[in-house]
Design a protein around this ligand. Structure first.
Ligand code: ATP
Length: 232
């Protein structure tokens, strides 16, 4: 579904991503893990078309999207939930969800209910400003907003960031539910344990390079991953 080939990305003189290649197959959850500054967000933003690579190719469903505009990428079925959620604070929960359907043609009202089924708390708070939601609720809203675009592939940037353990568990169980219902997921995380427990496959990124790959279970069991990311 998604194929990244030899991707290199720089910010001026600083090269953040060095020749990264990986793939996501339809129906998978793939996790990309790595420490602060490893290049995870840069890769995700490059896939979404927000940053242009200096080298490499990105194929989504066999189409080359390396130079495609971000809104066209969203319309083709690839949606990103950014790090730090970035909900629209002065808009209500409903209005935030509506923004997610902005690029869709036709009727989408029924999709609110699908989002509310996954995130009942959003229904309770549907007329509240997004700014008044807790961090976990904002993460749910950002995910709900992305789902309103009916993505085939959902990109999640650090969904666990800043959340209490109980919320992290809930968010990851909803990610699995979304996947089970047919959405392919590419997830980037510092929380290696959670990210690899839900992943079919994973990749480990260090200073802009992929250094390990395997199934989620293989990586959780790997000595290198245990030592570097799972606290021994
Ligand atoms: P984190 O988990 O902390 O978000 P990350 O793995 O997502 O880290 P990136 O944010 O992709 O890493 O950053 C990769 C490298 O690129 C880092 O060295 C970072 O300092 C650098 N970088 C990121 N954004 C910019 C920018 N706008 N300008 C210059 N350098 C940047």
């Amino acid at each position: 579904m998604l194929k990244i080939d030899n991707l290199a990305v720089s910010y001026g003189m600083i090269q953040a991503v060095h020749g990264v290649s990986f793939a996501v197959k339809p129906g998978e959850i793939v996790s990309l893990i790595g420490a602060n500054g490893a290049g995870k967000t840069t890769i995700l933003r490059t896939i979404s078309g927000l940053i242009r690579p200096k080298q490499g190719q990105i194929l989504f469903e066999d189409q080359d999207i390396t130079k495609t505009a971000p809104q066209k990428i969203v319309a083709s079925g690839l949606s990103q939930v950014p790090e730090g959620r970035h909900v629209f604070p002065g808009l209500s929960v409903m209005e935030n969800l509506e923004m997610g359907a902005y690029l869709r043609k036709g009727e989408f009202k029924a999709d609110y209910e699908q989002v509310f089924q996954k995130f009942p708390v959003l229904k309770e708070r549907k007329n509240q400003d997004a700014a008044t939601l807790s961090g976990g609720e904002q993460q749910m809203l950002a995910m709900g907003r992305a789902l309103m675009s009916k993505p085939k592939l959902l990109l999640l940037d650090e969904p666990s960031m800043g959340l209490a353990p109980i919320f992290i568990k809930e968010i990851f169980s909803i990610i699995q539910e979304i996947n089970a219902q047919g959405t392919t997921v590419l997830l980037i995380e510092q929380n290696a344990k959670m990210a690899l427990s839900v992943a079919h496959r994973g990749y480990v990124l260090e200073t802009g390079k992929i250094v390990l790959s395997g199934t989620g279970a293989e990586l959780l069991d790997s000595e290198e991953v245990k030592k570097a990311y799972l606290g021994g």
